[in-house]
Design a binder for this molecule. Structure first.
Ligand code: C2E
Ligand code: MG
Ligand code: MG
Ligand code: MG
Length: 291
């Protein structure tokens, strides 16, 4: 009996593994088609000034509605795209859409900025900076209105010439943000040598506000560090009024999260521009925003 139980468990394990491998292969081949046929689209999540309550920027997030599997999470398909070298094409499609939208929306909100997620694999393309420059020119994008987000772990990689490439990106006028700040082994000396202007505080630390003293301490330290280094800050994943008020208390200038708006289809953005999505408590003043 024990033997057959063991065999059953083995069979179940094999079946699960088999199913997972099949799903992975299917996603890979369907993603190839989706990219060729431009089936992916982009949603945009507002970033809100905690001072004025207005939308100051939007983050572009890739979306894929699979014909049979339904809405796929980028957390699932981006890593697959990275493994099978599709992320370069995917990244350009997202950047192109984002730049077109940005140009259109800046007519309505002249200071609006756009942040776009970048895979470290995209920087392996030796033509990255040249192609970025072309895209900016083609779409009439103001370079200083665009910000490229790389995760902390991507920026800590030392194998490719990240500092050199990002320095060239900065020379075009485009900003660079460190996404998910605080979740990986950030080396502060590395932060000093990188041309990064924006730190995005990971949702993991916002979750525990305002009660967890550990999270309060971490968020407040990141804010102090950012001000001292002259960097801009965006808090990610703000879901409750209490969290937003705690961020106000600590002088955080900009936040993003379901409390203000979820990632939205492009057509829904214009209605949100120019009107407050958040009301700061009366008498509250943000600490000076760094240049
Ligand atoms: P990220 O860049 O850190 O993006 C923030 C994620 O948090 C998004 O998930 C967003 O929908 C979600 N989010 C925003 N506000 C809240 C909130 O208040 N509560 C909660 N629980 N979640 C919130 P999403 O869209 O599923 O994207 C997941 C990750 O996939 C992104 O994390 C980013 O790393 C990656 N990604 C998405 N689009 C692209 C892309 O075009 N290129 C690349 N390379 N990566 C992308
Ligand atoms: Mg991001
Ligand atoms: Mg993030
Ligand atoms: Mg993330």
């Amino acid at each position: 009996a024990a033997k057959s139980r063991g065999r059953n468990r083995m069979e179940r394990f094999n079946e699960e593994l088999h199913a997972r491998v099949l799903r992975r292969l299917r996603i890979e081949s369907d993603l190839r088609i989706a990219l060729r046929e431009a089936q992916l689209h982009v949603h945009y999540q507002p970033q809100v000034s905690l001072v004025t309550g207005r939308v100051v920027g939007v983050e572009a997030l890739a979306r894929w509605q699979h014909p049979e599997l339904g809405a796929m999470s980028p957390a699932e398909f981006i890593p697959i795209a990275e493994e099978c070298r599709l992320v370069d094409e995917l990244g350009w499609q997202v950047l192109r859409s984002a730049c077109h939208q940005l140009a259109a929306w800046r007519v309505l909100e002249p200071t609006l900025s756009m942040t776009v997620n970048l895979s470290p694999r995209q920087l392996d393309n030796p033509a990255f900076v040249t192609e970025l420059q072309h895209l900016l020119a083609q779409t009439g994008t103001e370079p200083t209105a665009l910000c490229l987000e790389l995760t902390e772990s991507a920026l800590m990689r030392r194998n490719s010439d990240v500092v050199e490439i990002l320095t060239q990106v900065r020379q075009l006028g485009v900003y660079v943000a460190m996404d998910d700040f605080g979740t990986e082994h950030s080396s502060l000396s590395r932060l000093r040598e990188l041309p990064v202007e924006v730190l995005k505080i990971d949702r993991a630390f916002i979750d525990g506000l305002p009660d967890e003293t550990g999270d309060l301490a971490i968020v407040s330290s990141i804010l102090s560090l950012a001000y001292a280094m002259g960097k801009h800050v965006i808090a990610e994943g703000v879901e409750t009024v209490e969290q937003a008020l705690a961020l106000c208390d600590m002088g955080c200038p900009v936040a993003q999260g379901y409390l203000f708006a979820r990632p939205l289809a492009a057509g829904e953005i214009p209605a949100l521009l120019g009107q407050p999505l958040w009301q700061a408590p009366s008498g509250w003043k943000a600490r000076l925003q760094p240049a």
